[in-house]
Design a protein. Structure first.
Length: 122
């Protein structure tokens, strides 16, 4: 994982875990790697992973089953997607719109670019 300096590492790890969940690599109801294993995999201190896990527990994305490990909560995918969509609408889009206005890019240009992008993905 390539960490960015603009966001705390534990938040980036929480985002990584959420990516694994919404991509269905870590299905709802299933066990996820331990803090120690994930720390080794991401080359970070397990305490940093635990902090990310605590954040995700508070958001009802994962749950700790004492003595067994951490599991993805039922409904986690829906919860993560709702949060990410809200963040996109509230944070990313206003910045995008401001840049579009500054560069005199209209919605038609964006639509064409989107069509090219989605056709390339298929």
């Amino acid at each position: 994982m390539d960490f960015k300096s603009t966001q705390p590492i534990y938040q980036q790890i929480a985002g990584y875990v959420c990516d694994k969940i919404i991509s269905r690599e870590w299905p709802e109801g299933e066990r996820i790697p331990s803090a120690r294993d994930l720390g080794v995999m991401l080359e970070v201190n397990p305490n940093t992973v635990i902090r990310a896990f605590e954040k995700l527990q508070a958001e009802n994305v994962i749950a700790n089953r004492r003595g067994v490990g951490y599991f993805v909560e039922e409904g986690a995918v829906k919860h993560i997607l709702l949060n990410r969509r809200r963040e996109f609408m509230n944070d990313t889009l206003p910045e995008l719109f401001a840049t579009m206005q500054l560069l005199d890019i209209d919605a038609d240009e964006i639509t064409k670019s989107w069509q090219i992008y989605t056709n390339r993905e298929s």
